[in-house]
Ligand binder design. Structure first.
Ligand SMILES: *Cc1c(COP(=O)(O)O)cnc(C)c1O
Length: 392
């Protein structure tokens, strides 16, 4: 084992030591044996009262409970504050509802142009292709439609979505999400990607998936061979804590990267999971070693029942300040908040322009030292090709 490999420990089989490697490494076996009930989980973890109530109530009416055996081996059996456990084991706080929380915090339903197809930005669309995931994140921004127990049902109509895309030549980027697109069979993925690739104006296709983290067994050589035939294809994964990047995950990501797929990561800033500069730094360092570039760090959306997981934006900004300059530039994600009600992604940055003095901008570097930059006088029309910034 090289020193680079030391942190990437195998998850092992834990409670499933009696299961053959063949079954354990079969993604369909993992899906069939997901933990979904209080009885199953209470037999394996010491649950708090809050977790018991959360499992009983929240998972039957808000967002289903499901955890793959593989991912379950990463949870601490004793410690309810384990950062991995907090992401997937419901708590009674999920039943609370803050006045500002919503069922569709990103306002996706208002931008739905065909069942499952969200068109908000000028040149790209979000295509929700399934409502199922390998495991369920308790803070899911699409709790209303994901997992089958929420208040709405996701209807996916691939024919209507594709008809819209054929017609809308301004769409050059299609982001497949859900649910988790990598839960579709190889055959369905091939058909869907193939039909998208027939549309000449679609330049890139992206997949947003947490399957590499919840179910790395799904990233078979066959799937990677299939995906590479649809380039340019980009994948964004979703990891929140360094402990999720096991040897199994690193190997699965390596197969995707070897298939030529550029990999990014989207994290959600979560209380008790990754709400410190140290936790985010450990995560991004491990991501770049696994050939994944940190893309977004999301402020937790105002989804119902997630107040106990939310971190104030000021704290998120402090975490960003502790990264920029202190680590590899491309290991620093962009911190964003989805504007509540449908505003789209809004970047949140520490302030580095701290003033102006006699035509010079006062800039602060990562160490807090001040520098003056003589700002060139802008031409009357402003920078060419950029919006004028006029209030509308
Ligand atoms: C996040 C999102 C996208 C993709 O946004 P990028 O900033 O390009 O990654 C597209 N459409 C919708 C509706 C989204 O929420």
């Amino acid at each position: 084992m090289s020193c680079r490999d030391r942190d990437f420990r195998s998850a092992g089989k834990g409670f499933w030591a009696h299961i053959s490697d063949e079954q354990w490494n079969d993604w369909r076996w993992q899906l069939r044996h997901r933990l979904t009930s209080l009885e199953e989980i209470a037999g394996l973890l010491t649950l708090t009262d809050s977790e018991r109530r959360g499992i009983l109530l929240a998972s039957s009416r808000k967002l289903a409970l499901a955890i793959t055996p593989y991912f379950f081996t990463l949870l601490s059996p004793e410690d309810p504050d384990c950062p991995v456990r907090r992401q997937v084991i419901p708590r009674s706080e999920e039943l609370l509802r803050a006045p500002y929380e919503m069922s569709d915090p990103c306002g996706e339903d208002g931008n739905m142009v065909a069942p499952g197809l969200v068109h908000r930005y000028p040149d790209r669309v979000l295509f929700l292709v399934t409502d199922r995931c390998a495991s369920y994140c308790r803070y899911c921004t699409r709790s209303r439609i994901v997992s089958g127990v929420g208040e709405q049902h996701l209807t996916v109509d691939v024919d209507r979505a594709l008809a819209y895309l054929w017609e809308h030549r301004e769409v050059r980027d299609v982001l497949l999400s859900g649910g988790d697109p990598l839960l579709l069979s190889d055959g369905r993925l091939r058909e869907l990607l193939g039909r998208l690739r027939e549309i000449p104006h679609i330049e890139i296709v992206r997949i947003g998936t947490r399957v590499p983290i919840f179910l790395p067994q799904r990233l078979t050589r066959d799937l990677c061979e299939l995906l590479r035939t649809f380039h340019p294809l980009w994948i964004n994964i979703h990891a929140n804590h360094a402990a999720e990047l096991t040897a199994e995950v690193r190997d699965a990501l390596g197969r995707l990267a070897d298939a030529g797929i550029p990999l990014g990561n989207q994290s959600v800033l979560l209380r008790g999971v990754n709400d410190s500069a140290g936790a985010v730094r450990d995560l991004v360092h491990k991501l770049v070693r696994a050939r994944v570039r940190p893309y977004y760090l999301y402020q937790c959306d105002l989804i119902e029942g997630t107040d106990h997981l939310r971190v104030p934006i000021e704290e998120g900004i402090q975490i960003m300040r502790a990264l920029r300059g202190y680590t590899t530039g491309f290991a620093v994600p962009q911190y964003v908040v989805d504007g509540p009600g449908g505003g789209g992604k809004i970047p949140l940055n520490p302030e580095y322009i701290v003033g102006e003095e006699g035509g010079q901008l006062l800039l602060q570097n990562f160490l807090g030292k001040l520098y003056r930059y003589p700002s060139p006088r802008s031409s009357p029309g402003g920078a060419e090709g950029t919006p004028s910034g006029r209030a509308s």
